[in-house]
Design a protein around this ligand. Structure first.
Ligand SMILES: [Zn+2]
Length: 257
């Protein structure tokens, strides 16, 4: 059976509270044998770490302050990342980045927080999970300042143009996270992904959001990774076995799992 890694799944979200055991069983039955849990902020930190401890070898935690959680208490939230980083084994720093979609109120602070967490990732030898929404130029600005540090990471839920992909892949050792959006009708991402190198792609669900077709609109879950892989194989004209093997190897290397 094909083995997959869901490189981005919020299994600690309340949406999974009622049936987490079944969600994990279905994932394993579809070959999703490991997943990365991206962090949000202090409000979900303990729940995420505890969930990872309950499922060793399956769920691997990250640490970080999500851009949409950069608000008036950002200094306190950011210092918690620095205080907690050595208290557990973390496999990435993320989600970090810039989000100009939900609010532009703390955009400058978001850039600062992003930069500080990149520096921390480099210092700790960890990959970053980058969230970039309506903020491509702001993200470029921070990467231009920090790119020389030898950063590795993933642009999660990548949805940019081919030009953006080319520009970003030249700024560090980056992967691109492909998820359910690729299965949407008329997705421009499909045309971009067709030209991307499979060696730079990892798979993600971003559950409970961004559910792939034909389940769009319902709750997303890791077992749906195979739908994303199937679509990617179709777009790239290769076998699903090749997609599974290459993206799994990419994620293993990036997250050291
Ligand atoms: Zn996410």
């Amino acid at each position: 059976m094909n083995q997959f890694i869901d490189s981005h799944i919020h299994l600690y979200d309340p949406e999974y509270d009622a049936d987490l055991g079944e969600v994990i069983s279905r994932a394993k039955a579809e070959g999703v044998s490991r997943c990365i849990l991206p962090a949000i902020d202090s409000g979900t930190h303990d729940k995420m770490v505890n969930l990872a401890k309950l499922h060793p070898g399956f769920a691997f935690p990250s640490i970080g302050l999500h851009p949409t959680s950069v608000k008036s208490d950002w200094e306190k939230e950011l210092s918690l990342v620095f205080d907690n980083i050595d208290k557990n084994k973390f496999h990435a720093i993320g989600e970090i980045g810039i989000d100009g979609y939900w609010s532009k109120e703390f955009l400058n602070e978001q850039s600062f927080v992003f930069e500080k967490q990149i520096e921390l990732a480099v210092q700790k030898g960890l990959a970053v999970i980058i969230h970039s929404r309506d903020a491509t130029e702001e993200v470029f600005k921070v990467l231009e300042k920090t790119g020389h540090l030898g950063l590795s990471g993933v642009f999660h839920a990548f949805s940019g143009s081919f030009e953006t992909y080319r520009r970003l892949s030249g700024m560090g050792n980056f992967m691109f996270g492909i998820g359910g959006v690729i299965t949407f009708k008329n997705a421009s991402l499909a045309k971009v992904a067709a030209k991307m190198d499979l060696k730079e792609i990892i798979l993600e669900t971003d559950g409970p959001w961004l559910t792939p077709a034909p389940f769009r609109g319902k709750r997303n879950e890791p077992s749906y990774i195979s739908l994303i892989a199937e679509k990617l194989a179709e777009i790239k004209g290769c076998s699903i076995e090749e997609v599974a093997a290459t993206t799994t190897k990419n994620a293993e290397k990036l997250f050291n799992i």
